[in-house]
Write a protein that binds this ligand. Structure first.
Ligand SMILES: *[C@@H]1O[C@H](CO)[C@@H](O)[C@H](O)[C@H]1NC(C)=O
Length: 129
């Protein structure tokens, strides 16, 4: 997972509070890429896995501080990708060029884009799983 933090946003404070309270410990921090971005920039998040080629489907989720996790998009190596309502391809262009990897870009960052972004992979439904 990746955390996008928009500078100059008050959400930065809540992350620091979690950090100093020990809720995010050093081990976790090393594993969590934190992208510090300026407003109006684009942020691209990459995801890859080591499972076999049947895991060719990738989901992207966002969790804003204090909110539930929301699915942004479901991607496969055969676009078009399926966007959930409230999320558009213009704002969240996704790439899925092979079964192992994928990426999600958040275009023209706004303070409300701050949050934790997750990816998940699943098997193609043809495998019967
Ligand atoms: C952000 O992405 C959009 C859409 O791909 C592109 O038009 C724009 O030039 C990018 N902006 C920056 C700052 O890279």
């Amino acid at each position: 997972m990746d955390i996008i933090i928009i500078k100059q946003d008050k959400l930065i404070l809540s992350v620091f509070l979690l950090w100093t309270a020990g809720i995010i410990d050093g081990n976790d921090v090393n594993q969590i890429p934190i992208l510090w971005k300026d407003k109006e920039q684009n942020a691209t998040i990459h995801c890859s896995h080591t499972k076999d080629a049947s895991y060719s489907q990738m989901y992207w989720y966002r969790q804003r501080p204090g909110k539930g996790m929301k699915q942004i998009v479901f991607t496969t190596t055969s676009p078009p990708h399926q966007y959930e309502s409230g999320f558009t391809e213009t704002k969240f262009p996704a790439q899925k060029e092979d079964y192992k990897t994928g990426s999600l870009t958040v275009v023209k960052l706004l303070p409300e884009d701050s949050g934790v972004y997750f990816c998940a992979v699943s098997q193609h439904s043809d495998t019967g799983d």
